[in-house]
Design a protein around this ligand. Structure first.
Ligand code: HEC
Ligand code: HEC
Length: 200
């Protein structure tokens, strides 16, 4: 990694790590501090963090730290913010900390009922050799900086895996996602995404 990028990463980690505290108890109402920013998020990510929109990921049930990292990356330049470029600039560190805890507290998305049904053995033949479940957990619920994948929108899973494969997105995990996706063909990515989207 070039020195400048290394510095940027170190700076980001310094911002996020002090927040690595146990998240608040499962909350129903968003905390007052983020009520107004959430009004923007719901349009694309859904009122309960379950996305109604193609291309836009569900956030409910994502590990607190994962969400915080992604927001810091999008705000500070480690990840392309795309349609979020305007809104993410307005977020303070406090907002980001509360958003991470809030989305973790929401019930994760239910398994998809549409899209192709993939045999477990076929998906596992791609997943097991790449140890996806070691980092994302056996039930794909995610942990720490590692995303929840179970029940995520298939279209978004496809997009994000292609972004890693094409080095459009680097993220935490120090290149692990670029490495594991490098050998995936388009149809493998479709298979994995369809399987994970239907995973409870
Ligand atoms: C105009 C639609 C839109 C709005 C408004 C919006 N987002 Fe997003 N968000 C997206 C899209 C699309 C992506 C996926 C970007 C990509 O493909 O890399 C995304 C990605 C994310 C991610 C990364 C999740 C992951 O699994 O990688 C987080 C976290 C997030 N948004 C949080 C928020 C929050 C918090 C707000 C409100 C402050 C917000 N977004 C507002 C559309 C939106
Ligand atoms: C060494 C640990 C590790 C392994 C192995 C791994 N991942 Fe990941 N994965 C991560 C981390 C960390 C992230 C978050 C990266 C970031 O900060 O953007 C991630 C992100 C993702 C995302 C993006 C999710 C989102 O909401 O943005 C997808 C999809 C994904 N991984 C799928 C897989 C699949 C499929 C495999 C196996 C082929 C795999 N991962 C193997 C650590 C791993």
């Amino acid at each position: 990694m070039p020195a400048k990028a290394r510095f940027l990463f170190a700076a980001m980690i310094a911002v996020v790590l002090p927040w690595a505290l146990p998240s608040a108890a499962r909350a129903a109402d968003p905390p007052a501090g983020i009520k107004s920013v959430l009004q923007t998020c719901v349009a694309c990510h859904g009122s309960k963090g379950i996305s109604p929109m193609v291309g836009s990921p569900s956030l409910a049930g994502q590990p607190n730290i994962f969400t915080q990292y992604q927001l810091v990356f999008m705000r500070d330049g480690g990840r392309k913010p795309g349609v979020m470029s305007a809104v993410v600039k307005t977020l303070t560190d406090d907002h980001i900390r509360e958003l991470g805890a809030y989305y973790e507290s929401l019930a994760p998305p239910p398994p998809a009922k549409t899209g192709p049904a993939v045999e477990e053995a076929k998906a596992m033949a791609l997943i097991k050799p790449r140890h996806c479940d070691n980092c994302h957990k056996e039930d794909f619920s995610g942990q720490g900086e590692t995303a929840r994948l179970a029940g995520q929108r298939a279209d978004y899973l496809v997009k994000s895996m292609k972004d890693f494969r094409g080095a459009e997105r680097r993220g935490r995990g120090l290149g692990a996602m670029m490495e594991v996706s490098a050998t995936l063909k388009d149809e493998d990515i479709q298979t994995i995404a369809a399987y994970l989207a239907r995973k409870p």
